[in-house]
Design a protein around this ligand. Structure first.
Ligand code: ZN
Length: 534
């Protein structure tokens, strides 16, 4: 007697192997049988004829640390087939949460205030307990952000730690790892993580290595410094003896297009030397970040209040402008390559939702104001909380990274929903569309990769990287995170202008043996777990 029996589907087991037809039996939270089970009784029978049955997707790079507490249904993810997501990326996690960072987050993420989310925790352990208590629809893999650790000791100061401070930072990190973090992330273009030098990160990454965790990095540059930045990430892995995940890998800015061939070659060479380096990617040619990340990192020294003050004082404002122009002459701010104002679109602006979906060029011309002045004024008015989408990548690079055997899939988004507070703004369409877009566009339409290989990159590869030994494959005794979909029907619907749209084609999604999507509807079940590093 099975709790759930999925009948006659084409099983793509996540390994990359071709499909085979089989029934899949689920008892409690596990897969207990695969084969011909036609006559077996079951509480729930899913007719999967002509459909694909595969492991639930693992989103290797996400930012749902706060949104999962706002809406634990994880709508935008679960409806793409995501059953596990890695949070705490780009150097910023929800915990540990020192007071100074708490204040900064409340100022720069107005959505949290609107959602009435109280930041009551301070340690990773308290954060995880809260998430367990509230419940969550999908499984969560927490990373600890390097910015969190830095702020704990140094605030937003732009300097290196003393020996004693570094020792204390190692202790803070070790505590977060003991509490349940899977590793540490850095955001080496974002303050204060970007104030860390390589030696500091190596010393911290060694702590991560002791726990068997991973080092995930938004590297120090994705534009004209891309090669050096990849080199640094690999060196950190090599010196600390820690597996490296290079986040949302890309070459940003026209002059840098094509460099991903070299960076992936560097990763392969590093692997031959024994460094376990891999990367993740999302299937779009636009990225997304905060408008303030266009500013030089020095502008942020001391935190958001200081930043706003610098932008308000004519002398420092002029200096910031000059630094940005200098950087753009060199090939652009490290983050972006060489941004032109027409490739930067506002995606979130609480005070002026009418600006959302429009470019800086367009808006500054319309208002007949210099684009720098427009950007600075807007940052002051919105307390540095303005989201942007940047069209700075090329499809050829993206396809190259996506089809490379070292890449897996990461959406680089937080969970959203087309209702309530999480429906605000025009977030990057990757939020709702990453996984179906790969299956539709790059598998079905372009044939850039096989369905089996695409699913491997969404399942067993990230599971292996995260040491999730009983997830990521359809095998007996594995935990029953399962997607039942019709690949011919799968399609992403989210666009840059209308992003809050669920994809189609995902009929059933099981998390730990329970149906969260049933006949294309959310059951409101919250069977997700905060996973432990094993
Ligand atoms: Zn990032």
């Amino acid at each position: 007697m099975y709790d759930i029996l999925i009948r006659k589907g084409r099983v793509i087991d996540g390994s990359g192997n071709p499909w085979f037809e089989a029934d899949v039996g689920v008892e409690k939270e596990r897969i207990t049988a695969i084969g011909s089970l036609a006559s077996a009784p079951a509480d729930t029978i899913i007719d999967a004829r002509h459909m694909v049955v595969c492991p639930g997707f693992v989103d290797m790079h996400s930012h749902s640390d706060f949104t999962l507490l706002v809406n634990p249904l994880a709508e935008s993810k679960i409806r793409q087939g995501v059953t596990t997501e890695v949070i705490g990326n780009c150097g910023l996690s929800a915990a540990p949460l020192p007071n100074l960072l708490k204040e900064n987050i409340l100022k720069t993420m107005p959505m949290l205030k609107e959602a009435k989310l109280e930041l009551t925790w301070s340690t990773m352990g308290e954060y995880i307990s809260l998430m367990r208590m509230k419940g969550v629809a999908l499984n969560v893999v927490p990373l600890v952000g390097n910015s969190n650790i830095r702020v704990s000791l140094l605030g937003f100061e732009n300097r290196l730690p003393t020996r004693d401070e570094l020792q204390e930072m190692r202790r803070v990190l070790a505590k977060a790892m003991e509490d349940g973090a899977f590793g540490m992330s850095t955001g080496l273009i974002y303050p204060p993580s970007c104030y860390a030098d390589i030696d500091e990160i190596v010393q911290l990454a060694k702590v991560v290595a002791q726990f068997g965790g991973i080092y995930a990095s938004h590297i120090r540059g994705e534009g004209f410094t891309l090669i050096d930045a990849v080199k640094e990430a690999i060196e950190i892995g090599e010196r600390a003896g820690v597996p490296v995940e290079i986040s949302h890998h890309k070459a940003s800015g026209k002059t840098n297009w094509g460099k991903v061939k070299q960076t992936l070659q560097m990763m392969e060479e590093a692997r031959r030397r024994g460094v376990d380096v891999t990367c993740d990617v999302y299937p779009y040619t636009a990225g997304s970040t905060g408008l303030d990340s266009l500013l030089p990192p020095t502008a942020y020294e001391g935190g958001v209040e200081k930043l706003i003050k610098r932008l308000s004082v004519p002398k420092t404002r002029k200096k910031i402008r000059e630094e940005m122009i200098r950087a753009s002459e060199k090939g652009g701010p490290d983050a972006l390559g060489r941004p032109e104002w027409d490739v930067i679109m506002i995606s979130y602006c609480k005070g002026h939702p009418d600006l959302e979906g429009r470019t800086i060029k367009d808006l500054s011309e319309e208002k007949d104001i210099d684009p720098f002045e427009f950007v600075f004024d807007l940052l002051i008015e919105e307390k540095a909380s303005v989201g942007i989408v940047l069209f700075t990548m090329c499809d050829e690079d993206m396809r190259y990274v996506l089809s490379h055997h070292l890449s897996m899939v990461g959406s680089d988004s937080s969970t959203r929903a087309p209702y309530g507070v999480l429906s605000k703004g025009k977030p990057h369409p990757r939020t709702y569309g990453t996984f179906p877009r790969i299956l539709r566009r790059y598998v079905q339409e372009e044939g850039a990769l096989t369905l089996e290989n695409a699913i491997r990159k969404m399942t067993s590869l990230p599971a292996q990287k995260l040491k999730l030994k009983d997830r990521g494959l359809i095998r007996r005794n594995m935990l029953a995170d399962i997607v039942v979909m019709d690949p011919k029907q799968v399609i992403d619907q989210a666009t840059y202008q209308e992003p809050h749209q669920y994809p189609k084609g995902f009929d059933y999604v099981l998390v730990n043996g329970r149906l969260v999507i049933e006949c294309r509807a959310h059951t409101k079940a919250l069977p997700g777990q905060v996973l432990r590093l094993s």
